[in-house]
Design a protein around this ligand. Sequence first.
Ligand code: SF4
Ligand code: SF4
Length: 181
Amino acid sequence: MTGETQNSCGTCTVCCKALRIVEFDKQAGVMCQHCTGTGCGIYETRYETCKGFLCGWRILPQLGDGWRPDRSGVLMLVMEAKDLPEEHGVAGNGIQFLILGGEKAILRPGFAEYVMTLVTRNVAVYLSADSPKTLINKYLRPSVMAKNKAAVIDMLLHIYRQHVGYRDLNKWTPLPWVDMP
Ligand code: SF4
Ligand code: SF4
């Protein structure tokens, strides 16, 4: 959506579909009318919200190309430390993982490892699947402390399925939105 940082959007347009943008009344899950399919058709005059937005992948240069949201099926949203529960705020900003690529996105190599790193550092980790986000550190911590990656993946899948169930129960927009390679 915005200018230059170490990771650049390229042809990704995931946030232009996934996010609700109040400034011009765009609903979540609906592609912005200005999207060309590979970028913004009104880039120079795009909305202030768009100018100010960077997804987590854009601002975490240590995450490689495979983490670009249209490739990973995961849109990462940074959550400011001031908005987090006190026990996590001291670890800095938190991260919400919005899962758009289904279970495949959770099983992708590197996903569980990164989540484990964050939980080890006590960084607040939230998960959502077009459903209310859940703080998941406490569910993952025992397996993370035991360095049991398989158990972490099982728990992530379990939490994800709970979210999908809740979403379906409420008849919300079906996912995935992102067709992963
Ligand atoms: S989701 Fe991230 S990488 Fe993709 S267009 Fe939006 S800001 Fe750029
Ligand atoms: S105005 Fe451009 S940057 Fe903003 S959501 Fe639409 S396509 Fe994306």
